[in-house]
Design a protein around this ligand. Sequence first.
Ligand SMILES: C[S@@+](CC[C@H](N)C(=O)[O-])C[C@H]1O[C@@H](n2cnc3c(N)ncnc32)[C@H](O)[C@@H]1O
Length: 265
Amino acid sequence: MLFFVGLGLYDERDISVKGLEIVRCADAVYAEFYTSRLMGTSIERLEQLYGREIRMLSRSEIEGEPEWLEHARDRNVALLVGGDPMISTTHLDLRLRAIEMGIDTRVIHGSNIASAVPGITGLQNYRFGRSATVPFPHIVRGKRIVSSTPYNAVKDNLRRDLHTLLYLDIQDERFMCINEAAALLIEVANGSGDEDFASNLAVGIARAGSEDMCVRAGTLLELKTYSFGPPLHVMVIPGRLHFMEAKALRMLAGAPEELLSGYEL
Ligand SMILES: C[S@@+](CC[C@H](N)C(=O)[O-])C[C@H]1O[C@@H](n2cnc3c(N)ncnc32)[C@H](O)[C@@H]1O
């Protein structure tokens, strides 16, 4: 059996009791930290609390032809994943491949960033459109390429009065911060002649699930320089707000009143 075990949002204590029981009883325990990262802990602390040795897997060991998966044919194998294993990851592919190999699978859900954001900001979960990731710029033949995909996703959602959740890129030990993501979005918008985009309301959230979580609403331009502290960071560009959402952004995220004019607070 292959168990996908969600570790939750921030440290080794965010795993569910059910997940912990499965990890403690598993024959082998693996983890991947390329889709998300628990910034409030370390492998050593996970191993200490769970009482198991954990082997870290690289992206290619999960997305390629995983040798370790063979063990799940006749033994219990746990794969630990930050947040919920199936939220904004590609692990469905691994699960389907395992099933095709005749391996039983089970998902142990975890607290995750997609469900934490509505709770942190007051933005209602059913008013979110498609989400996107803001990737680090890359260089092609000496030219710096900034992806327009997140900007286009935001614009599509704004046209439908929907909010956009923007995940921020993780590359090895580099974690994109809200300041850089805001700057990249503004760069793409300005390149499309959409200078007003920088005045859009945006919400930045850092370290969800930790005791020093930080949430701040302001214009995109303001978030470009606001100090959010250490990663992980995530962003929302809200669409049209329900008056209760506007009130929540004022009370929970310090949204400036001038950005909420038109809403009865
Ligand atoms: C690709 S998503 C994977 C989500 C994960 N599977 C989950 O269920 O939470 C990872 C991105 O979500 C955001 N994220 C995840 N956990 C976070 C946290 N505790 N605080 C802020 N942002 C977080 C970051 O932008 C990070 O790069």
